[in-house]
Each structure stands twice: as structure tokens, then as C-alpha cells.
Design a protein around this ligand. Structure first.
Ligand code: ATP
Ligand code: MG
Length: 585
């Protein structure tokens, strides 16, 4: 697990709970047999080497996004800080949309974020589908003890008889059938005798409970669908709310942390586990569920369904499109694992729902890259600048810090020549007020080189400016005693025209132009930002080598990264990760 946590962790309500649990000995006495298992396996174990166990339980039905990162950093971070283990568990109980492709992508991204599931030399990578057999056995035990029954009502009938917030539900006619009859039907369900929806296994709790989740929830439904791991071995699949507490308990999880919408499920979570302990199927102490507020980030959507729609309808180029809030997209955009961990740390953990501004994520990236990213000059909209009094074949070496914060003071080197490229926006024939860059008669500093006086410009037949002319003041070179002899208000970046490196630069912006694209019932596609990607042909400082994944701060512009898919040494392709300052305020 990552050990480079920058500072002592900030406390939060979950840490307080864990501290209290450890102090009160609530997690003591747990046995761990080296693998997950029911009571008889657990009893063969020894004292659990992990002080706490948490888990990150993604369903492998899509790519991880920034919301998942919050849960990953939280669960793996708690395990790290409390000398515990965090399990990566694939909650693959719903076969329709699950695929191995997602499993592999999730594993890759959790590793990329800097976490792993090895504790005391043991890997804790689990699949809920590996528990299908033991879950089935638990279901039989519940039926045999009168805690579950096979209901032959249709899904619609079950819904209609469930009652409302103010009305109790009504009993199914099958609720009091003999356990032996339910057991026989459950066996038939498993053997594939019955079609989808013909019957279901329900817990037998309380149809009058004020908590609707306690009104005989469904445990198993029939689904004649192949599963990406178990193939056709099963045609009944456990419901999430029943599978999840069982998975936690089998794995000896101590703190099962989930998002707030599961708060109303907690009584059922506890009910199921308590029954299974009574029936000697599970070993105490039992896991406890705690809820925290999910991450809601402005200017993005994170629902897997909506992300899939963006990809499938080709509003973006794929799951790793740099405009998506998927971890694969953020990585390609230029986000570093440490910037995402920093963002999650800054978010903290609470039980109050809130929306986090996208700018908070961007600031975490700037703060992460600023101390380390090498600097370079890039010209995104090039315009030729000719130093008319500088000899044509003269090359003057210049240098600048690779990173001004780096203690080693290392320098980069690049030539100053008669012909340079500057940003088109750095010259105005008719400057507005307070414009301090190049215009006829004005003096500016060419960064790391000389002060120049602008003498005019050349236009083509259409009246478009094609060249700017200037004369340099030889005694004003940066770093020489004469550098300050002339005062100027403007500084302009440049690259030498002879040796500039051409590159395609993709100027990414927010995918949505509204802060809450999917608030209420809004059509989120209507809020797509039509200018979320602008491609320009840029010129980079000589010597800039665009290995895929390399990141820079391009001076005055922002943080950029060489695209990990499309960039090559011959043809650099560079993504803008974030501008230098928040331009959206
Ligand atoms: P979606 O609702 O988009 O389909 P999900 O919550 O169903 O996402 P899972 O794969 O079930 O996705 O999520 C795995 C874990 O990640 C869960 O424990 C869930 O609580 C957590 N998680 C998902 N989204 C967020 C979020 N926005 N903020 C914090 N945690 C999240
Ligand atoms: Mg889910």
C-alpha cells in the first residue's frame, strides 16, 4: 500500500468510530483462516493479523470514475493507517452487464491509484461469485428455520402488496407454506426447472415494518443468463442487498463503508447476519455498515449509465476520453495518482451530501504538478517574430530553470535566433488599454533573452498579420548586468523558429457547460459543451521530448501531458490537462 501519505491523516467520523472500536475491543477476537469462509472455516483460523478489514466492492459493469476514487482512497487509506487489510472484491452478482474487461480495467486503475490488496504477504482479491455455493447453503438454512420462503407471486404482485410509507404491506399467500415445500422449490429454482420471474426466494421478516426494506425482501431471483465467471452453473442470482452483508461477513470485514443511499438497508444488513450467526453459519463478531456522502462533482456526470451513453453514442471517443471523469480518462488527461489522492484527502469524509466544484479537482492537479513538472515554452497559435537587427546565422544559447522550485537549480537550454515564434495574441496593431505586450513602438522582454522594441508588422493580401518585426537591445540580455537598464511592463514567451518542435495540442475543456448537467430530470446531453476539445498545431521549445505520459508546465498556459495513446516521438500529441489559473470563475 502507498506509504507516501503526505501528512498525518485528518480525523473524520469514520476514524473516530474505528478508534472507539479498537479501544473497546470490538474488533478483537476475530479469527482469520487465510481465506474467506463461513463459521466452520473461520474457526480453523488464527488471530486475524489485520487490525481492521475494509473492502472496495465495485460491480464489474463499467469503468471506475472519480466517485469511486473517493471510496478507494477512503477504504484503502483506512486499512493502511490502521495496519489493516482492504479487500478488492468484485461484486459480480448481477450477470447481465458484467464483463471480464471491466474486471481487468478496475484492477489496473486501483493499482494506478497507488493501492494494493496485499497484506502480510496475502492477496485479498475476491469475487462475490466465488461465494455462490455458500450463499445458497445459507439460503437453505434460512428457509429451514422459517426465515425465508419461496414466493410464487409475480414481481408486479410483490410490488403491489408491499404497501407504502403509510400503509403496511399484505402477506403473500405463500408466506406460511411449509419449509420443506420452499426447500424443494428452491432446489427446483436452482436446477433451472422454472423460467425467469416464475418465483423468488424472500426473507420472512415483517410486512408491516415502517422500513419498507424489511418487508420480506427478495433474496434470490431466477435469471437464465450466463455469468462471466460461473458460466451456466447458476440460473438463480442473489440480490445485492442479501449478497453484500454475506460477502462482508465471509471475508471478516470489520467496517463496511458505503454511500448514504444504503442507510435504509442497514437494518436488513444486520438482520441477515444475526440470523446466520444464530444458525451457526457465520462467525461473530459481525461486520458493521457505515455510510458516508458520495462525491458529487460539478460539470461532470458519474452515473455509469450516463457515462456508457456518452461513450456508446460517441459524444466522446471512448471510456478513456480525456474529458470523462473516469479514472482512465483522468489519467489520459494528465491527472496523476497523487493529485487524485490529494483531491480525495481535501474532500474529507462526511455524512452530509454536497456538491464539489470541479475547480477543486483542477487545483489538486496544479498543486501536485507545480513542484515537480518541468517547464517548457509552447506556442499554441504561432506568429512569426523577426528580430531585424539580429544576424541571420547567429545562434545565441539561452537557458532557464527546468523547475524554479527544484533545489538543484538544473537548467534547460534553447537557442535565440533571428526568427522566432510568438503567440498571435501577443501582438496587437491597435492595442487596447493596459495591453503591455507587443505593439508598434512598445518595448517588451522576450523571456530569458533580450528586450525588444516592436517596429511593425507585415500582412498578407487578405490583411492577415503574417510577421511582426522588432529590434533587440543587445545590452539587455537576461542574467547580465544590463538586464534591468531598461524597464518594461510586458514579457513574451517565444521559441526559435529554426528548431521548434511541431506538435498537435488538444485543448480540452469541460465536457458540460452547466454545473449540474443531470440535475433533476434534465437531458444531460443538452448541456454538452460544443468546444470541449479544440485541436491546434503548436510549436514547442526545442528539445522538448514528448514520451507518452510526460507532463510539463507550458509557461503561461498550464499543465500538459503527452497523450498516452496517440503521441509518438515523430508526431507528438499533447493534451492540456488544466490551465494555470481557474478561468471559469
Ligand atoms: P453507479 O451508480 O454509477 O452505477 P455504483 O455505485 O453502482 O455506481 P459500484 O461499482 O457499485 O458503482 O461502486 C463501488 C463502490 O464505489 C461502492 O462501494 C460505492 O459506494 C462507491 N462509489 C460509487 N460511486 C461513488 C461516489 N460518487 N462517491 C463515493 N463513492 C462511490
Ligand atoms: Mg452499485
Amino acid at each position: 500500500m502507498t506509504t507516501d501519505s503526505p501528512s498525518a491523516p485528518i480525523s473524520n467520523f469514520l476514524r473516530t468510530i474505528i478508534d472507539n472500536d479498537l479501544r473497546a475491543g470490538r474488533t478483537a477476537g476475530r479469527l482469520w483462516a487465510g481465506r474467506p469462509g463461513p463459521a466452520e472455516v473461520r474457526r480453523q483460523g488464527e488471530a486475524d493479523p489485520a487490525r481492521i478489514r475494509t473492502r472496495f466492492p465495485p460491480e464489474p459493469n463499467g469503468y471506475l470514475h472519480i466517485g469511486h476514487a473517493k471510496s478507494i482512497c477512503l477504504n484503502f487509506g483506512l486499512a493502511r493507517d490502521y495496519q489493516g487489510a482492504c479487500h478488492l472484491r468484485f461484486d459480480d452478482t448481477n450477470p447481465e452487464k458484467e464483463e471480464d474487461e471491466y474486471v481487468q480495467a478496475i484492477i489496473e486503475m486501483v493499482h494506478w491509484l497507488g493501492f494494493d490488496w496485499t497484506h502480510h504477504g496475502q492477496e485479498h482479491l475476491y469475487y462475490a461469485s466465488d461465494y455462490f455455493e455458500v450463499m445458497y447453503r445459507f439460503a437453505q438454512a434460512l428457509v429451514a428455520s422459517g426465515h425465508a420462503y419461496v414466493d410464487e407471486q409475480s414481481a408486479d404482485q410483490m410490488r403491489a402488496t408491499r404497501g407504502t410509507l403509510t400503509e403496511p404491506g399484505t402477506h403473500s399467500p405463500w408466506r406460511d407454506r411449509p419449509a420443506a415445500e420452499s426447500l424443494a422449490l428452491l432446489d427446483e429454482m436452482r436446477r433451472g426447472v422454472h423460467p425467469d420471474g416464475r418465483m423468488a426466494l424472500r426473507a420472512r421478516i415483517d410486512m408491516a415494518s415502517p422500513n419498507i426494506n424489511m418487508r420480506d425482501p427478495v433474496l434470490y431471483r431466477i435469471r437464465h443468463v450466463s455469468h462471466h465467471r460461473t458460466g451456466d452453473a447458476w440460473c438463480i442470482y442473489p440480490m445485492y442487498t442479501w449478497a453484500h452483508p454475506v460477502e462482508d461477513a465471509l471475508e471478516g470485514i470489520t467496517h463496511s463503508i458505503c454511500t448514504l443511499e444504503f442507510e435504509d438497508q442497514r437494518p436488513f444488513y444486520d438482520w441477515i447476519l444475526e440470523r446466520l450467526v444464530e444458525l451457526d453459519q457465520l462467525a461473530a463478531p459481525l461486520p458493521r455498515q457505515y455510510e458516508f456522502a458520495r462525491l458529487n462533482l460539478s460539470y461532470v456526470v458519474t452515473s455509469k449509465r450516463k457515462l456508457r451513453q456518452l461513450v456508446e453514442e460517441r459524444h466522446v471517443a471512448g471510456w478513456d476520453d480525456p474529458r470523462l471523469p473516469t479514472l482512465a480518462g483522468l489519467r489520459r488527461r494528465g491527472y496523476t495518482p497523487s493529485s487524485i489522492r490529494l483531491f480525495c484527502e481535501r474532500l474529507g469524509v462526511s455524512k452530509a451530501d454536497s456538491r464539489i466544484d470541479y475547480a477543486t479537482l483542477e487545483q489538486a492537479l496544479r498543486d501536485d504538478l507545480d513542484p515537480v513538472a518541468p517547464r517548457a515554452v509552447a506556442v499554441l497559435d504561432p506568429l512569426k517574430l523577426i528580430i531585424t537587427n539580429f544576424p541571420e546565422d547567429q545562434v545565441e544559447p539561452c537557458s532557464a530553470p527546468i523547475n524554479p522550485h527544484a533545489p538543484d537549480g538544473a537548467l534547460r537550454h534553447f537557442p535565440f535566433t533571428r526568427e522566432l515564434w510568438i503567440e498571435r495574441d501577443d501582438f496587437r496593431e491597435d492595442p487596447p488599454r493596459k495591453y503591455f505586450r507587443l505593439f508598434p513602438g512598445n518595448l517588451v522582454r522576450l523571456k530569458y533573452a533580450y528586450i525588444v522594441r516592436c517596429t511593425g508588422c507585415v500582412k498578407d493580401a487578405q490583411g492577415r498579420i503574417v510577421e511582426v518585426h522588432a529590434e533587440y537591445l543587445p545590452e539587455t540580455r537576461s542574467g547580465t548586468p544590463g538586464a534591468d537598464s531598461v524597464k518594461v511592463k510586458g514579457t513574451v514567451t517565444w521559441v526559435s523558429a529554426d528548431s521548434a518542435v511541431p506538435a498537435e495540442v488538444r485543448l480540452y475543456d469541460r465536457l458540460f457547460s452547466e454545473a449540474h448537467p443531470d440535475a433533476g430530470d434534465k437531458d444531460f446531453l443538452a448541456a454538452l459543451n460544443p468546444d470541449s476539445c479544440r485541436v491546434v498545431q503548436a510549436l514547442l521549445e526545442p528539445g522538448t521530448r514528448a514520451e507518452p505520459g510526460t507532463a510539463w508546465q507550458f509557461e503561461r498556459l498550464g499543465y500538459f501531458v503527452a497523450d498516452r495513446e496517440d503521441s509518438t516521438a515523430e508526431r507528438p500529441v499533447i493534451n492540456r490537462a488544466v490551465t494555470l489559473r481557474d478561468t471559469w470563475v
